[in-house]
Structures are given as C-alpha cells and as structure tokens.
Ligand binder design. Structure first.
Ligand code: PLP
Length: 399
C-alpha cells in the first residue's frame, strides 16, 4: 500500500470545523441562476453596487505606472499609516503611526485582532445576530464563541446586564459591530459606553468592528469606543477599512488601530502570513486622505442612494402582512422578521429563490432564526420588483 494512501481524512481539525460563508453561498446560487438566464432579484450581496470612485482608481494606476510593484513594510506604506493615524487623531484618538496596521481587508484585520488576543480555551462574547465570520475566526484561534441573543423588539441591542451575565473567568474578548451587519442597528453613545464599561471592568479586550462607520442614516453619529477613556484606548482594537465606505470590496484593504503591544503583535502575525497589502492598492487608498473633498463627495453620493433605497425597502416590507421589519440606521441591510410564516429561515430563503427568484440570506446564518437579511445595495428597480415578488410569496404562504 502506498504511504500516500490513507483511509482516514487527511484534513486538519481546523479544516473540518470551518463552515463555508453562507452569504457567499447564497450569492453563488443566485449568480448561477442568473447565468442560466433567470431574472433573479438579488438581495444577497454584502457589497456596494457602485464602482470605486475614479480618483482612487487613478491614484492606483499612477502608482502601478510608477513602478510601485514591490514589497512594502508589512504594516503598510508609511504615508498611508501616517494618514490613517492623522485621521484618527482628528477624531480624538491619540495614536502614533506605529499603532496602525493595514491588512488585506477588514476581514483579515478582525482575524488578526482575534489571533493576537485569544488563546485556545478562551471565550469570546459575540452578540447575535452577528457577522458570519466572527464565530469561525474565534474557532480558528482555538477559542470558544459565547453568544448573547437579541431580537428586533429591543433593536438588536445587548444590555450591560446581559453582558455582565455572559462574562466568565475564561472570557477574553468582546466583539462589537455598530453599525451592524446584518441588522443595521446602531448603538447610541450611552449604550456603547455602558457596554465598554462592563467589558473594561472585567479586564476584557474589545474588538470594535467599525467597517460601516460612515454608512449612517437618520442623523446617527459615528462612535468610536477606543476614545471613550484612556482605559478604553488600551483595550479596544478598532477595525475599519475602505471596502464599504468607498466601494472598494475587491481591493482588499483593512485598517486596525490598537495599543502598541497589540498593533505590533498583529504586524508580526501578518509578517509571517500575508505580508503587506498589494502595494499599488495601498496608493489608491492613500488618495482618500490626499483628496478629502473628492472622497467626501463620492461617499455622500452613494449614501443618498442607500438612504432612499433603505426607506423604500423598509416601507415596502412593513406593508406586507405577516412581515415586520426593524428600522436599520446604518450599513446597507434590512433584517425583517418572518417568524409568523412558520418556516425556518433557510427553508423560507430556499423557496423564495426557487419559486420567486428572489435571493436573500437566512437569519440562521447570522445566529438569528426567524429573520432574513436583505441588502439594499442594489438597483431601485430590483427593490420594486423584489418587493412585489416577496409580497406574492408571503401571501401564498398565508393562504
Ligand atoms: C464587509 C465586512 C468586513 C470587512 O470587509 P473587507 O472586504 O474584508 O474589508 C468586516 N466586518 C463586517 C461586519 C463586514 O460586513
């Protein structure tokens, strides 16, 4: 028998335990139906439907033409780290350039933050509904996710009491994501402050995933737990990026700001894995800071579209008998409650796609049964058509 032949699986425990991304799976199925000529209304996408602003693409093309094609310092090119630090300083963070790490996407920034703080056996508190990748990343670090469940009737927000009860001697990290993917919920300053206080008094680290920090509606303000106090500055790891704000999902550019100790650990982890982010992509991102007026104008343009679609989809959903939708105030998702129809969210989504060609992601993917995630980063016409089909589907279920 060949030494290469084995009856046991050759896969590691990490590989066997990882669940593939359910949001990307829905997207793949919808794309396959579209490729087969079907008229699919896609609400599955987790990315803006706009092109990257031209001035950013031009800066990248220029860098490429100038020969910016070699390795850079692992944590990012110095002008980009300096620009990011300066932007945070303007918000009240007192950070040095050395506390900034640029990684291959906000997703990688989150993963490195978890790897830098979580040891095997440690517990990590994750409020649900949660972004699909957090539990898997915690498990890859050998940690144990501990979920706190929330529903639409409390605005999908965890209370300080719930947080206090969830903390054990093994708890190491709390993950916060406001504005939230998948619910679009946004914590107020007082609510966030109360959670941060509980976490800090228990000696926890906090991963604050602020990737949607600029996608806010209804007059909500951008909040940053790291600047709540000096204690917070030492324990909060702030993650953000360019993907959602400037429609740069494919560029793979994330940012992390933390204490010197954590930032340097993150840079070391990165130096042995992905190394630096694509060099010319970093120069594209730098343009955001060098041309702030153009960056703000591009963002404002996209936000106006998102807000209009949010309100239209929200109104349309709440007009469907049996369906109820929480008013999101950030990101580009709505998370309607479908519990009254008596189907699991997976079954609801599978039938909705099959019978009405509408793609949505089941709430179960985000640790919340009885809900759907609909992304309104899609054309107004798709929203209108999708609402009609969803209404027809719901009526059929109630008949
Ligand atoms: C999209 C997203 C990210 C990161 O996206 P990247 O494309 O990796 O920059 C991080 N957190 C949440 C909650 C997201 O939705």
């Amino acid at each position: 028998m060949s030494v290469f032949c084995t009856t046991q699986t050759a896969l590691s425990t990490w590989a066997q335990n990882i669940a593939p991304s359910p949001t990307l799976a829905v997207d793949a199925k919808a794309k396959a139906l579209k490729a087969a000529g079907k008229d699919v209304c896609g609400f599955g996408a987790g990315e803006p439907d706009f092109d990257t602003p031209a001035f950013i693409k031009e800066a990248c093309a220029q860098a490429l033409a100038n020969g910016q094609t070699k390795y850079t310092a692992t944590p990012g090119i110095p002008p980009l780290r300096a620009a990011i630090a300066a932007a945070y300083n303007a918000l009240g963070f007192a950070v040095a350039d050395s506390q900034v790490v640029v990684s291959s996407g906000g997703k990688m920034s989150c993963y490195l933050a978890i790897l830098a703080t979580v040891s095997p056996g440690d517990e990590v508190i994750i409020p649900a509904p949660y972004w699909v990748s957090y539990p898997e990343m915690v498990k890859l670090a050998g940690g144990q996710p501990h979920f706190i469940s929330t529903q639409d009737d409390v605005g999908f927000k965890v209370t300080p009491e719930q947080l206090r009860e969830a903390i054990t001697p093994k708890t190491r990290l709390l993950i916060l994501n406001s504005p939230s993917n998948p619910t679009g919920a946004v914590y107020s300053r007082a609510e966030l402050q109360a959670l941060v206080d509980v976490a800090l008094s228990a000696g926890l680290y906090i991963l604050s995933d602020e990737i949607y920090e600029r996608l806010l509606y209804d007059g909500q303000e951008s909040l940053h737990p790291a600047i709540f106090s000096t204690a917070a500055a030492g324990r909060v790891i702030t993650v953000s990026g360019f993907a959602k704000t400037y429609s740069m999902t494919g560029w793979r550019l994330g940012t992390l700001v933390a204490s010197r100790e954590i930032a340097s650990a993150v840079a070391d982890l990165q130096s042995q894995t992905t190394s630096n982010v694509t060099t010319f992509a970093q120069y594209g991102a730098l343009a955001v800071y060098q041309k702030p007026a153009e960056a703000e104008a591009a963002l404002a343009g996209m936000l106006a579209h998102f807000d209009r679609r949010r309100l239209r989809l929200l109104e349309g959903l709440n007009a469907i008998p049996g369906l109820r939708c929480f008013r999101s105030q950030g990101a580009f998702y709505l998370f309607p409650n479908i519990a009254s129809f008596g189907l699991s969210s997976a079954e609801f989504c599978a039938r909705l796609l099959e019978e009405e060609l509408v793609a949505a992601v089941p709430g179960s993917a985000f640790g919340a049964e009885g809900y759907l995630r609909l992304s309104y980063a899609t054309a107004d016409a798709t929203i209108e058509k999708g609402l009609e089909r969803l209404a027809r589907f719901c009526q059929k279920l109630r008949a």
